[in-house]
Design a binder for this molecule. Sequence first.
Ligand SMILES: [Zn+2]
Length: 409
Amino acid sequence: MVQLLFILIIVILIADFGLERYLAFLNIKESGKELPALLRDIYDPEKYAKQQDYFRTNSRFGMLTSSFSFVITLIMFAFGGFAWVDGLVQQYVQNPIWTPILFFGILFIANDILGIPFDWYDTFIIEERFGFNKVTRKLFILDKLKGYAMTIILGGGILFLIIWIYTLTPTYFWLLAWAVVTGFSLFMTMFYSQIIVPLFNKQTPLGEGELRTEIEKFATKTGFNLDNIFVIDDSKRSTKANAYFSGLGAKKRIVLYDTLMDKMTNDEIVAVLAHEVGHYKHKHTLINFMISLPATLLLFFVFGLILKSDSLAQALGGNVASFHLNALAFSILYSPISLVLDIFTNVLSRKFEYQADAFAAKHGYAPQLESGLKKLTATSLGNLMPHPLYVFFHYSHPTLYQRIKRLAY
Ligand SMILES: [Zn+2]
């Protein structure tokens, strides 16, 4: 049994890496194809050459980072690396709650430190070379430190609660842990913009002026309150522009990147905003949250079943069942199921994007949304020709081509 579980874990790791590399390969091959007529006005030949360079540079870099992390993960699983870390922790702390927390803490820190050179290279070499980067060295370090503090407080806190519940009642663990995680995720969905975002960015209400007047006209028509529209100072990190809708009920808000303002006309910004209001009108945040409920329940139910298995811990080189070793083995064994759930989530998300586009079109913004989306893609050197299979697995939005075709007015 132990042998079988061990082989299964290794096979899943290799299959997952193989699938990712295959999809990336298809995507690179596809990118060389000739553009359909609808997309030819987005880049001039010189800019398109730059886009291809950016895409290939990122693909090569992705190949490097994923191979590096795959090799390290494989070594850790194949040679009992996790049992070794467990033994190390047990020498100092032997407590049903603090041993797992320390174990995961060490893995998190080790993993993060290994990732820093790659993050640094991506920000200061690649993004810099293509003119996107605005992050200073100071901001990079500050973001890292704030990220750590957040992980320790939020991640550590939720982990503590989950393990504590397990020590109280292994039988009803799955149900209680699910309830706690659900409550936490509901809280985060509502207050993300008010608690997390301000740690990293400033959000200001939409200022007076022509844009506000334009938006007001649209907002009154659709009943979306202007007080829920904010501008975020993302220009301190990147020149890339975006907008998003977040929150539920009274906590809903639409956030526009300040980089949007100098790249787009007012009409185009209103069109993008109309798309975001579409997400709100169709209750997409609420539906996503409701769908996550049974998915997390399934996860905790299966997790609860295997937490007592000695074989799982032994497959990782341990002796007896322990919360952290079993959780780690579970995370790999469960990954084929989460792959399927992710595909489902992405299929649904792409459907939602079409609905939001249709909402903007219904209010007469189809041409402005089309030109706005084209500009967003062009200014971020977006890939115009992703492979359909890559899109199927990974894209939360339809491709630009699909969206424009659907918008046809
Ligand atoms: Zn959207």
